[in-house]
Design a protein around this ligand. Structure first.
Ligand code: PMP
Length: 309
């Protein structure tokens, strides 16, 4: 669904609320030419206790951290960004939403060095359902291992959520979709499993849960961290510094993706090889249930992860 079909009319931009249609930038914006922006993707859930941002503080911390390699300074502090976001949701009567903070080098010069380009900051919010579809959450998706490798963290910081990095995500994801798959799995430069284009990946084998470690050129996902905690609380052993070979995908009992957009999405086939029994596995189902019970506040656990409107 395109933005024009949604009931959204306001964007916060550089300290002010502006009409959606007026949230414009110049075509010679540095970030447009060189991918010099950082962003976040956060969900607000319409919970049993009212609308609430999930793990907002961790997302905002990652937002500021993502600017560090680029020497970019966001001219607003985290309280200002939080207030702006809460008011943005209220102004648009949004209860469940996807929130997109972005900071990027703006208009001044087009040398690769950003020189005096100002750091522009915007926050938008709109309704966004299940990223890979409702059916995906229940029945899982079919994915392919992309022929594109993920950039190595020695080439570009992969722990920063930089706009330019997502050209690689587009290549991998669109290659998969052209071939009839819902999403891709991307291997790192060493040939081990890294992550999805916009998701972290988990593997279950013999009751133990594995996920690639941060040194595998992945994003330090906040949903990844959430699921690791939920799994450990339920008594699972979680190996979160794993190095997973491509072949281990095929012999896994279960595989699933995590992400703020993708939430917890089972994977039922990789390159047409059936994973487990080809449906959502029991560990995936338990953790997915725990995740949705958490974010919809059907439990009192981890109230510290929620910012109520
Ligand atoms: N990896 C990549 C490349 C991503 O874009 C995302 C989405 N932000 C994730 C993993 C998952 O991270 P999170 O759970 O923080 O959304």
């Amino acid at each position: 669904m395109g933005f024009d079909e949604m009931d959204v009319d306001t964007i916060w931009m550089d300290g002010e609320f502006v009409d959606w249609d007026d949230a414009q930038i110049h075509v010679l914006t540095h970030g447009l030419h060189y991918g010099t922006g950082v962003f976040e993707g956060v969900r607000c859930y319409d919970t049993e206790k009212g609308p609430a941002l999930f793990r907002w503080e961790e997302h905002i911390e990652r937002f500021y951290n993502s600017t560090k390699p680029y020497d970019m300074e966001i001219p607003f502090d985290s309280e200002e960004l939080t207030e702006a976001t809460l008011e943005l949701l209220e102004r648009q009567d949004l209860e469940a939403a996807y929130i997109r903070p972005i900071a990027f080098y703006g208009y001044d010069t087009l040398g690769v060095s950003p020189g005096d380009c100002p750091t522009k900051v915007a926050i938008a919010a709109w309704p966004w359902g299940a990223y890979l579809g409702e059916d995906a959450l229940e029945n899982g998706i079919e994915v392919m291992v992309s022929s594109w490798r993920k950039h190595s963290s020695s080439q570009i910081p992969t722990n920063a959520k930089t706009t330019g990095l997502y050209v690689n995500s587009l290549l991998a994801g669109e290659e998969a979709r052209r071939n009839g798959y819902a999403e891709a799995i991307v291997l790192n430069k060493e040939g081990n499993v890294a992550e999805g284009p916009g998701e972290n990946i988990f593997l279950v084998r013999d009751g133990t849960i594995y996920t690639p470690g941060l040194s595998e050129s992945i994003l330090d996902g906040i949903t990844r961290n959430t699921v690791i905690e939920l799994a450990r609380e339920r008594g699972y052993e979680v190996q979160d510094t794993a190095s997973i070979s491509r072949g281990e995908l095929n012999t896994a009992d279960e595989l699933f993706f995590t992400g703020s957009a993708a939430e917890v999405t089972p994977i039922r086939k990789v390159d047409n090889v059936v994973i487990g029994d080809g449906s959502r596995g029991p560990v995936t189902e338990e953790l997915q249930q725990a995740f949705f019970d958490l974010v919809e506040r059907r439990t009192d656990d981890h109230d510290e992860w929620f910012t109520y409107l």
